[in-house]
Ligand binder design. Structure first.
Ligand code: GLN
Length: 503
């Protein structure tokens, strides 16, 4: 029996303009003629305008671009030349993916006026499939953050409870999907930025295998960890979008040669009788440091997976405890180098100079005025861990830890024979705006379950695992669980994800 789908949006959100629901529903309405692409785009934009003042998920609405794309989609449909299942379906683009239309800010003052000469490959592939871009989504500046609060354009808020964070850094992408503004969005995940906000906003999100989706046009944070991926309401919708954006791209030499043929068939909602599938659970997933609602979600997921015929076994990830330290060394090291290009000359807003000031002042002032506090902190950390005398102690040691963390997963897949590892996508539900923003370490610890996956380069999907029940007027809050698999196992992961029940 297929798992019952979680509620698409919070009952606390206004019912008009009506939410867009999932991709499947939009595609069926377009095919049946009960909706047009122009109608969907207008409703998406109207809902965006209605909810933006409370939730702040958008940096820019793409009204012109959306209407032109929607009209073209309707014309194709009239002439029987539909391009794909997302032809005419609205979507949001995290604003660290460059677009040749509008600006690309990365949530930073420094790029407030930046216009890209080209469009990111993942975005272009969706445009080529007929999808309709309606907004550039808010994010933590340069994708550095786990709460959506580090944006120069203001914090995004959680659609289930606007006094709480939506998670980050794909904060606007997750909130726009969760609020029913768009059926799907593109995000990026360097250390959890798709999976953690998806979990905190009650939607699905997948971080593909490193290299599965082209990074061309994704503004680099930490190049050995960055991946582009979709957020949507169902595993089936994730499969559909991933099948369109995955595959080799000559513009990204790290993109995998593997094609997306395994993603082309619809997900079976049940395992064929007699199939043997094993899923591993590490002790961390059951640790009492997790919120009670997260532990309850784990138990529920275990019950539903067993009922679907999956065998659950214990697996050990002995080096997982080093993941946060290794990640915040490697990611900041790479960031310090990647962000050197934003100097007010090659890229970024140029500071005004006083009399007698020269090039040095130009760099210092442009970067000091343009970068927010968290980005500056990471550039300094990254510069420090790479500096002579510290390189071996920090950066090299972190690379060794990364190997061991990957080795843990390799052993789980090979020796324990598991197809996937199940664990929470974060240790608790959404926290209050401001609760952790003054305490970087507390914020970094939110990433305890996500960063190891990027260090190991593996694919992982987050699905809604349930809600933290609340009494009185406080809204229930979603919690997310993730399934992590071996390289290129996205199709299997998404299929297993359909078996996880949220209640
Ligand atoms: N929260 C993590 C960080 O702040 C992950 C960010 C990401 O995946 N882009 O680095």
């Amino acid at each position: 029996m297929p798992a019952e789908a979680p509620p698409l949006i919070s009952p606390n959100l206004p019912a008009t303009p009506a939410p867009l629901g999932d991709i499947g529903g939009c595609a069926r309405a377009l095919a049946a003629g009960s909706e047009t692409a122009v109608g969907l785009a207008k409703r998406s934009l109207e809902r965006a305008r209605a909810l933006q003042p409370t939730l702040n998920f958008a940096i820019d609405l793409l009204e012109e671009q959306a209407m032109a794309a929607a009209q073209a989609a309707d014309a194709r449909r009239r002439s029987g030349a539909v391009l794909s299942a997302v032809d005419g379906v609205p979507f949001a683009i995290k604003d660290n993916l460059v677009t040749a239309f509008g600006r690309t800010t990365c949530g930073s003052r420094l790029l407030e006026q930046y216009r890209s000469p080209f469009t990111a490959t993942a975005v272009q592939r969706l445009l080529d499939a007929g999808a309709v871009p309606v907004l550039k989504a808010n994010l933590d500046e340069f994708a550095m953050g786990g709460s959506g609060e580090n944006s120069a354009f203001g914090a995004t808020r959680n659609p289930w409870d606007p006094s709480r964070v939506p998670g980050g850094s794909s904060s606007g992408s997750a909130a726009a999907v969760a609020a029913g503004v768009v059926p799907f969005a593109l995000g990026s995940d360097t250390g959890g930025s798709i999976r953690q906000p998806a979990g905190l906003c009650g939607v699905c999100g997948i971080k593909p295998t490193y290299g599965r989706v082209s990074r061309s046009g994704l503004v680099a944070y930490a190049s050995s960890l960055d991946q582009v991926g979709p957020l949507a309401h169902t595993p089936e919708d994730l499969r559909l979008v991933l099948s369109l954006i995955a595959g080799h791209d000559p513009a990204d030499s790290t993109s995998a040669r593997a094609n997306a043929s395994d993603l082309l068939t619809e997900l079976e909602p049940a395992l064929p009788p007699g199939t043997k599938v094993r899923i591993g659970i590490p002790p961390q997933a059951r640790a009492t440091a997790n919120a009670p609602a997260v532990l309850a979600a784990m138990q529920r997921a275990e019950r539903s997976l067993r009922a679907a015929g999956v065998e659950l076994v214990d697996v050990d990830l002995p080096h997982a405890d080093h993941a946060i330290a290794a990640y915040y060394i490697i990611a900041t090291a790479e960031a310090s180098s990647n962000l050197a290009r934003f100097d007010g000359v090659r890229y970024g807003q140029r500071a005004k100079l006083g009399a007698g000031e020269g090039l040095h002042e130009l760099y210092v002032r442009s970067r000091t005025e343009g970068f927010g506090a968290e980005v500056q902190r990471r550039i300094m950390l990254g510069t420090h861990v790479l500096s002579s005398g510290y390189y071996d102690a920090y950066y090299l040691t972190a690379l060794k830890a990364r190997r061991l963390i990957k080795g843990d997963y390799d052993r789980a897949f090979a020796e324990a024979g598991v197809s996937a590892v199940l664990m929470p996508s974060s240790p608790g539900p959404a926290f209050a705006i401001g609760e952790k923003s003054g305490d970087p370490l507390a914020m970094y610890l939110e990433d305890v379950y996500t960063v190891g996956v990027n260090l190991a380069g593996l694919p992982a999907v987050t699905v809604p695992g349930g809600f933290q029940p609340a009494g009185g007027t406080t809204p229930d809050l979603p919690v997310g669980l993730q399934l992590i698999g071996p390289p290129l196992s996205e199709a299997t992961l998404l299929r297993l994800a359909t078996l996880v029940r949220y209640r």
